[in-house]
Design a protein around this ligand. Structure first.
Ligand SMILES: Nc1ncnc2c1ncn2[C@@H]1O[C@H](COP(=O)(O)OP(=O)(O)OP(=O)(O)O)[C@@H](O)[C@H]1O
Ligand SMILES: [Mg+2]
Length: 250
């Protein structure tokens, strides 16, 4: 088992950073499995087809931008086919649809995993109203049973407010100066240099786990789905989600 506090994850969320290949998706698959086994319904926004195989979630929807209806169960939304602009718009509408139902009383605990979130949650995004649903999710979603994980290879390019909200952070191997500097800002003052060295030296599937003043190095194994354990968190009262947003014409 890896360092993980379920209660805190459902209160403040999770942040995962690290260069390509550091192991972010692998870690998130372990985390998603843990959440699912604890009755949490998980949605993944996947931009790179990293989730449909070798996965804790066997239901994938390939998003084309057409309106669709979604059963309330663990789902991977593959948005790789959408243009850059449309990815951003679609994610906002997806969060809006989920969030509105929670605010209106839907109490099933749910969790959204945002992969490569620098694409649709760039620096400054939360200042404008266009991102209102994501702002709502981040600032008050905890009161409405809706939480999230942010994963990125470029933490310096992600909205700083979004990234600082989660209290459990997992930092993988990082070398780019701006990204190192962003990650360093979360380290305790007296340990910045030492931890920066560690950060640059981490290997594949190795992370620094930060929760408050605790900072622990750890390593995970490759993910493989469990045998003989059904990974279904069926919502007790399924609700259909309508994504009303239509793509911009080509
Ligand atoms: N089941 C597996 N067997 C062998 N290698 C694996 C397995 N799962 C992942 N890997 C390898 O482990 C490394 C970490 O993969 P992972 O997809 O978790 O990284 P990542 O940080 O999400 O990368 P990216 O930023 O490119 O999405 C990669 O080199 C990947 O090829
Ligand atoms: Mg990945």
């Amino acid at each position: 088992m890896f360092p993980f506090n379920l209660k805190e994850a459902l209160e403040s969320g999770i942040a995962v950073t690290g260069c390509p290949g550091s192991g972010k998706t692998t870690l998130l698959k372990h985390i998603a499995q843990h959440l699912i086994l604890n009755g949490v319904v998980c949605y993944v926004i996947d931009v790179s087809k990293a989730w449909p195989t070798n996965t804790p979630i066997d239901n994938t929807i390939v998003v084309t931008g057409e309106q669709f209806t979604c059963q309330r169960k663990n789902t991977v939304f593959d948005i790789s086919k959408l243009s850059y602009d449309d990815k951003q718009k679609w994610v906002i509408e997806c969060v809006r649809a989920l969030y509105e139902q929670h605010v209106n009383g839907y109490s099933q605990q749910e969790f959204i995993i945002f992969e490569e979130c620098q694409i649709y949650l760039p620096t400054g995004a939360l200042r404008g109203n266009a991102f209102a649903p994501i702002k709502d999710l981040i600032t008050v979603g905890r009161n409405f049973s809706l939480r999230y994980a942010l994963a990125t290879q470029f933490p310096a390019m992600v909205d700083a407010n979004a990234l600082k909200s989660p209290q459990q952070r997992y930092f993988g191997w990082t070398t780019e100066a701006n990204d190192v500097s962003r990650v360093r800002s979360y380290f305790p003052r007296k340990r910045k240099n030492e931890l920066e060295e560690t950060l640059r030296d981490l290997g594949k599937l190795q992370f620094l786990y930060q929760y408050g003043n605790t900072i622990l190095p750890f390593k995970i194994g490759y993910y493989s789905p469990p045998v003989n354990v059904p990974l279904e968190s069926e919502a007790p009262n399924p609700i259909k989600v309508n994504y009303a947003w239509q793509p911009t014409p080509a």
